[in-house]
Each structure stands twice: as structure tokens, then as C-alpha cells.
Design a protein around this ligand. Sequence first.
Ligand code: PLP
Length: 376
Amino acid sequence: MIYLDYQATTPVAPEVAKAMQPWIEEKFANPHSPSRSGNEAEAAIEVARKRVEEAIGLKGGSVAFTGSATEALNWALKGTVEKAAASGKPGRNRIITLATEHAAVLDSCEWLAGHDIDLTILPVQPDGRLDLDLLARELDKRVLLVAVMQVNNEIGVTQPISEIAKMAHDAGALVLSDAVQALGRMEICKGPDLVAVSAHKIHGPKAIGALWMRKGAEPAPFIHGGGQERGLRSGTLSPALCVGFGAAAKLADERQTRDYDHVQKLWRAATHALGPGWTINGSTAHRYHGNLNIRREHVDGARLIADLRDIAFSLGSACASGSGRPSHVLRALGLDYRQSRSSIRIGFGRYTSLKDLVDACHRIAAHAKAQEKLDA
Ligand code: PLP
């Protein structure tokens, strides 16, 4: 199996598995218990928290662990609305987001729109980037929150988060950035008040995410109970998952330049190996190069994936693939139904070998040409 679906999830790093092992096999104490073993677990969690904060690299805030980035994004959106409503600033009841955001943001925003929030979903330009003049025209004193992701999971296109944050702050709004696909791959943009990340996209374990919160911008609690995470997010933390996330974050921080250079090399090799006839979906200049989302006329992406079962690549996003619906991101770029269906996403990174990627691209290109002939 050649694994080329790095945006869906990443292989767990051996260093991460090793760091987690004692917390799965021997050390089972509740990290919130006052016993010695409880204190030891709590200390390990605090080391992990520092590592995640360092990998995020923003100043003036701290991280709370969550069950996923999906939870962090739900919490950030719904908790910020609740806090504003409770703080006697009901004038601010508008959220601005983009048509290309992850479902965790779009669906939470739609839910809020059903609960008296005025929702504006901005379109993107054909290259997937936000037009900042459009944002400037939309920002007014009713805007509570602007939610924009740093790196798109389907097409890899980056948004100018720091500029967006400055504009939003000038209008008195808060900023949430989904940095799930950015963490460990590039510097996290300065400026947002809330940042969501996920361990399994940086070679860590699944089912743990985090929300970085600028001091003073913490959302109202979303999950109520034992008052863990400074009363902001209740529930017993898993030392194994936190330690795994911390180890993955430390490793990603240490290896960022090396991983980035490797990805640049892989991108050049993959685009060369695929040969002519392919169009890259989204900007090539403003992009994370470990995400190669491409289309080709007469290709049926789903058939290509079914034909090449020993290569794990995707139709755009794991969620879009599962639903059978054409991707909302590709539609937002202006692609029609046929163009969306002829798109595939090849995702690679730290553990992808040049040889495997080139072999896979040669085979994908050969199958695509065969489909073209059949179609003609
Ligand atoms: N945001 C982006 C950009 C993602 O790619 C993902 C994962 O697919 C998520 C949010 C959700 O992350 P999690 O799997 O931790 O819920």
C-alpha cells in the first residue's frame, strides 16, 4: 500500500507511539486525582501542553485539550456566541466565514444561524483565496467573529490570516483560525484569538485536539462537568493521548524545516511524474505543497481510486468522499460537476518516499490516459 492521503490523517510517528506506551500499559492514574501517580500523570500532561503551545508558537494565550479539532471548532464558535450574549453585547451577532471552510466550521455556523446568528459565508476567488476587499466591505460593528482556516484540507490553499485578523480586529471582531492542516507544516500565522489544531494530522494519535485561546478571548464552556481545563472543558483527560500529542508537536517543531524541504522535493517529483494534461485545483503560489489536488478531463476520480486499490489517495476530502456529494470546496472555486468528479487529491509528507510517490503518479497517469481513450 502506498499511502497518499496525508490530509485525511498521518501515520503515527514511532517516537509518539513509544512516548504513549507507558501511559497505555502501566500508568493508568486519573490525572486529576491528588495521589502521587495522579500528580505524575498531571505533570506529563502539562509538559505535553507546553509542547503543543510551543509548536503553535503564538504568545499571550494557552491551550485546552479537546476530543478533536471538530470539538475545538464547535466550542470556539458556539462558546464565543454564548459569551457575547451573556456579556451584554448583543449588538454583535454576526459571523463571517468562507465557503471553503471545513464542515466543522460551516455546519456549526449553520447551526448558529438557526439560533439567531446572522451568518455571512463569503465566496472565494477561482484560486481559492479570499478577496480582502470583499472582507473589508463586509466588516461592520455587528461582526462578532471571523472564522478562516490557514491551510485548506482539500486543496492546500493558504489564506492571509494575519491580514484578515488585523482587519477583523480593527472592526472590533474576534478571529478563529482552523490551523489543523498548518500545524507542523508551516508557521502558524500571528493574529487570531482562537486557533484549533488536531494531533492526528501531525503524526500523533486520533481523538485529541486542542483550542489555543488568547487570554481574555476564552469561549464560554461547551462541555460541563468536573471543571477540568480551568473550568473551560470538563472531562477526564487521557494522559496517553495528551503525551502523544505533545510528542508529535515537539517532533513536528524540531523537524519542520526538514519535513518542509522533503515535501517541496516530493511536489516537484510528483508534478513531473504525472506529466501533462493535469490542472492543479487552487493557487499554486499560495499553497502547502504536500497537497496536490488535480483534475483531468475525461477522468472519473472515483473509478481511478477503485482501479488503483493499492494506492491510498482521495477524491478531495474524506468527508466529501464518504457522502458521494461533489466537494463544496471545488464548487466554491467555480468547478462544474464534471470537473469536480474528475479531481483527485494526492497528499504526502514526512514518511512518503520519493520512489513510492513517483511510482504511484506514473500509475495514476497511465490509468487516467486509459480512461481517456475509453471515453473518446
Ligand atoms: N479542520 C480541518 C482543516 C481538517 O482537515 C480536519 C480533519 O479532517 C478537521 C478540522 C477536523 O479535525 P478532527 O479530525 O480532529 O476532528
